[in-house]
Write a new protein. Sequence first.
Length: 247
Amino acid sequence: PKTLAEAFMTDRPRIGVTGHVDKENTRLSISAYYMDVLYALGALPILLPMTADEGILLQIARELDGFLFTGGVDINPSLFGEETFTFCGEISPARDEMELALFKAVLPTQKPILGICRGIQLLNVAMGGTLYQDIYQQNAQPYPQQHRQTSPDHLPAHDVLIDENSLLHRIVRKTRLPVNTLHHQAVKDCGKDLAVTARSASGLIEAVEKEDHPFFLGVQWHPERMFPGDENAKKIFAAFIDACAME
C-alpha cells in the first residue's frame, strides 16, 4: 500500500518551477503567484535548486511531470551573440546557466513546458533566437504601445492577436485576448523550430510554440498575476496542468 506522502505525490502532477537567485547567489526565492495558481488548480509546484549540475537536472527532468520557466531579470545578451547595451537591466549568470541546462535536459523528454515573461525569452534563446534588450530603444512600433504598465498588474493593458492554428487558440478559444504587460525585453528573432502564435497590435511577439511538441508554450504576459479573476489566465494554467497530469 502507498504511504500518505506517496499518494499525495501521485495525485497531483509535479511541476518544477524556476526561481530567482540574488546577486550573491545566497538566496533562492519565487513569487507566490506562481506557486499559488499551480496549487489552486491541482498541481504540486516544486521550486527547483539553482544548479547546472547535469546529473541532478537529468534526474529532475526524468522524475517531474512538467516545467514552468518563470519571469525575472534580463537574460545575458552574450547568450544570443550581443554585447550588453546601456539599456539592458540586471542579469543573473547563475540563473541563465541553470535554466539553459534545465531546458537542455527537459526538451528531449517531450514533457510539458510553459514559459512566462522572462520564460518565453529563455525558451527562445535556448532555441537559438534573439531578444530586444529594450523594446523602447530597439523596436520601432507603429505606435507607442505600453508594455510596462503603470496600472495594477492584475488588470489587462493591451490585447494580443492569436493565430487560429495554435495551441494557445485551442486553449482560450479566442483570436483577441486582453493581457497585462510587465516587460522591457521581448523576442526579436524567433528560435529554430519555434512558431510565433500571438502578437500585440503593434507587432511585438507575445507567444511562441513548438509545433512538434505535445505542450510547449511561451507567453510574454503574466497570467499568474491575472489569476483568479481572469478566466483566460485560468485556462492557460489548467491546460498546462492537464498536460502534466498525463505524464
